[in-house]
Design a protein around this ligand. Structure first.
Ligand code: C5P
Length: 313
C-alpha cells in the first residue's frame, strides 16, 4: 500500500508497550541461520515503555528513564529502525521524533528494546495514519527482532520459530511478579552462545511448549504455575553472571511460588502469591543487597497501544 506524502502529521501520539516474562523457554540446537528454534510461553507484564511520536522533518530519537544512557540513539536503535521500516513499507516520506521513556530494564531479558520497536510501529502508524492491519504490523515486527511481535500482541502467547510465530494462549486470573534488576545487562547473543557451549553439540529434539504450565494458566493456578516455570537459558545466564544464584535463592527463601531468570537475563523474576507478597520478595532482595533495583508488576496485560492521540482524537 502506498500513501500520498501529505499525510496529517499535526499531533503527538503516545503509546504504552509492555515488557515480558518467558514463563517457559525451551531452546533447541542452533540452526543454519544462526538462530535457535524456541518453544516459549510469553506473558506481558505491567512494566511499560512509553513511546511518544511527534511530527518532524527527520527521524530522531531521545531516551529517558532507567539506564537510558545505555540505549543507543543511532540507526541501531530498534524504535528508529521500526519507524524507518514502516515509512519504507508505506511510502510515507514524513519524519518523526520519537521519545522513549524506559521502565523495562535495558538488556535485562524482558524485551524492553522490542517493546520500544513495537511502540514505535503503533505510534508512527497512528501519527502518519498509515492504517496498516495488525497482521501487516506483525510482519514488520518480526523483521525487527524475535520478541517484537509479542510486544505488539501482549497478553499470553506461545511463541515458536525464533519466538516470533505466535499463538494466543488462554490464561485465567492475574499473576503478581517481583523483579530483581541488575545495572549490568547481558547480551542475548552472548547468552545463546554460552548455551551452545553448554549443550556442546548434543542432539536436541524440537522444543515443545510445556503442558503442565499451560494447564496451570488455564486453571488460574498460581502455585502450579510457579512449579512449572522453566528457562533453558538459565544455566548460560548464571555462567555469565554467577551472582544471580543469590537472587534466585533469596526469592525462594521469601516464599516465591517460583523463580527464574527472565529470558536471557540478567533480570530475575519471582512469582508471588499476591501484590503484597511481591513487595515482600522485592524488599528481601533489597535487604540482601542482591539487586541494583527492584520492581513489581502484574500480568498478563495487553500489547502496545495508543494511550493518547488516537485516530480521530
Ligand atoms: O531476534 P533478535 O535480534 O532479538 O535476537 C538477538 C540475538 O539472539 C540473535 O542475533 C541471536 O544470536 C540470538 N537468538 C537466537 N535464537 C533465537 C532468538 C535470538 O539465537 N530464537
Amino acid at each position: 500500500m502506498s500513501l500520498p506524502s501529505q499525510v496529517r502529521t499535526d499531533r503527538e501520539v503516545r503509546v504504552r508497550a509492555p515488557g515480558k516474562v518467558n514463563l517457559s523457554l525451551r531452546v533447541g540446537a542452533r540452526e543454519a541461520d544462526g538462530y535457535h528454534p524456541l518453544a516459549t510461553v510469553f506473558q506481558a507484564v505491567s512494566l511499560y515503555e512509553e513511546v511518544v511520536a511527534r511530527p518532524s522533518t527527520a527521524l530522531s530519537v531521545t531516551v529517558s528513564g532507567q539506564h537510558s544512557h545505555l540505549v543507543p540513539t543511532g540507526p541501531e536503535n530498534l524504535a528508529l529502525a521500526a519507524a524507518q521500516l514502516l515509512a519504507a513499507r508505506t511510502g510515507v516520506d514524513a519524519g518523526v521524533h520519537l521519545h522513549l521513556h524506559k521502565a523495562v530494564p535495558v538488556a535485562g531479558g524482558m524485551a524492553g528494546g522490542s517493546a520500544d520497536a513495537a511502540g514505535a510501529l503503533i505510534a508512527c502508524d497512528a501519527l502518519w495514519r498509515t492504517g496498516l492491519a495488525r497482521e501487516e504490523l506483525a510482519d514488520l515486527a518480526a523483521r525487527l527482532g524475535s520478541d517484537v511481535p509479542f510486544s505488539l500482541a501482549g497478553h499470553t502467547a506461545i511463541g515458536t520459530g525464533r519466538g516470533h510465530l505466535l499463538t494466543p494462549a488462554m490464561s485465567r486470573g492475574e499473576y503478581h511478579w517481583a523483579f530483581a534488576v541488575r545495572d549490568e545487562g547481558l547480551s542475548t547473543a552472548r547468552v545463546f552462545g554460552v548455551f551452545d557451549e553448554l549443550i556442546s553439540g548434543a542432539t536436541r529434539l524440537e522444543p515443545e511448549a510445556d503442558r503442565a504450565l499451560m494447564q496451570a494458566l488455564r486453571a488460574g493456578d498460581a502455585p502450579a504455575l510457579g512449579r512449572a516455570l522453566h528457562n533453558d537459558l538459565q544455566h548460560a545466564a548464571l555462567e555469565l553472571a554467577p551472582s544471580l544464584a543469590e537472587s534466585l535463592a533469596v526469592a525462594e527463601d521469601a516464599g516465591a511460588l517460583g523463580v527464574l531468570v527472565s529470558g536471557s537475563g540478567p533480570t530475575v523474576a519471582a512469582l508471588a502469591r499476591s501484590r503484597q507478597h511481591a513487595l515482600v520478595v522485592a524488599a528481601a532482595w533489597t535487604a540482601a543487597g542482591v539487586a541494583d533495583q527492584v520492581a513489581t508488576a502484574v500480568g498478563p496485560v495487553p500489547g502496545a497501544r495508543v494511550v493518547h492521540g488516537a485516530r480521530g482524537g
